[in-house]
Design a protein around this ligand. Structure first.
Ligand SMILES: [Zn+2]
Length: 256
């Protein structure tokens, strides 16, 4: 039984499954389930790593995990943004329609797309068409990973939820406040921040647009429990720890 859970349901909206070519890490289902159980996490959104040997096989692996544990996992796609547009669209269609994916991940640190240029509008258009919220890694990997850049696609696609993963990190978290203040469809995932950063964000952005994520198994307890332990109203914590993720990844994107 986890030491810290306090009766909250926990939705980890950012954890990776598969083998990462850039870091050499491998994270399998058993490892993730063990870390979830240790921290009392009820449900996790599984993301591919950004640099993989075979992105289709990576998507299949995530879909198999979701199929084996539908109560514990939802899945997301991640595709290199410089694939030919048709290939990108076809795999995203397969992910949404055949594999039941619930989100599209972009990782500008390893996939240096420029969301301001318009060249990549098709990524956001395709995600909206498939009703997949877009999760973008922000922080390390600047300038392409700067949170403020995503104001541009958020305004072009106001019906598309865009989640700023890792909240820009402690170095750029103020940019996430600016971006989320300007765009009601921008959401913030809080991994890597300290509690005082989260309090500052809550001064500007409602908890209905905030969520927790771990990224890696060794961070699950720290990332979930830092919010459980904060001095916040219970309903604020419920929104951040469960409801925002559940609404975006289990309800908003029904794929049917
Ligand atoms: Zn990540």
């Amino acid at each position: 039984m986890p030491r810290v859970k306090d009766g909250f349901r926990l939705y980890d909206t950012h954890v990776h499954l598969g083998r990462a070519r850039h870091s050499g890490r491998t994270q399998d289902v058993d490892l993730l389930l063990r870390s979830m159980d240790r921290a009392g996490v009820d449900r996790s959104l599984l993301l591919p790593f950004p640099v993989v040997d075979d992105y289709r096989a990576g998507h299949d692996r995530i879909a198999a995990a979701v199929k084996a544990h539908p109560d514990r996992f939802a899945g997301a796609a991640c595709l290199y943004p410089f694939l030919p547009e048709q290939e990108f669209r076809e795999e995203l269609k397969r992910c949404a329609e055949e594999l039941g994916m619930r989100a599209l991940k972009l990782q500008p640190q390893y996939q240096p797309l420029n969301p301001v240029s318009g060249r990549h509008d098709f990524l956001f258009a395709a995600a909206l068409e498939r009703r997949l919220p877009v999760i973008v890694h922000t922080g390390s990997g600047a300038p392409f990973a700067l949170p403020s850049l995503y104001i541009v696609p958020a305004r072009k696609f106001p019906d598309l939820p865009i989640i700023l993963g890792h909240a820009g990190g402690s170095y750029y978290y103020l940019e996430t406040i600016v971006a989320a203040s300007l765009c009601p469809n921008i959401f913030i995932e809080l991994s890597s921040l300290m509690p005082h950063h989260i309090l500052e964000i809550l001064g500007h952005v409602p908890p209905e647009r905030l969520m927790v994520g771990s990224d890696l198994p060794e961070s699950v307890e720290t990332e979930m429990h830092k919010v459980v332990l904060m001095d916040l109203a219970r309903e604020v914590k419920e929104a951040i720890l469960w409801e925002t993720g559940q609404r975006l990844f289990d309800t908003w994107a029904p794929n049917q």
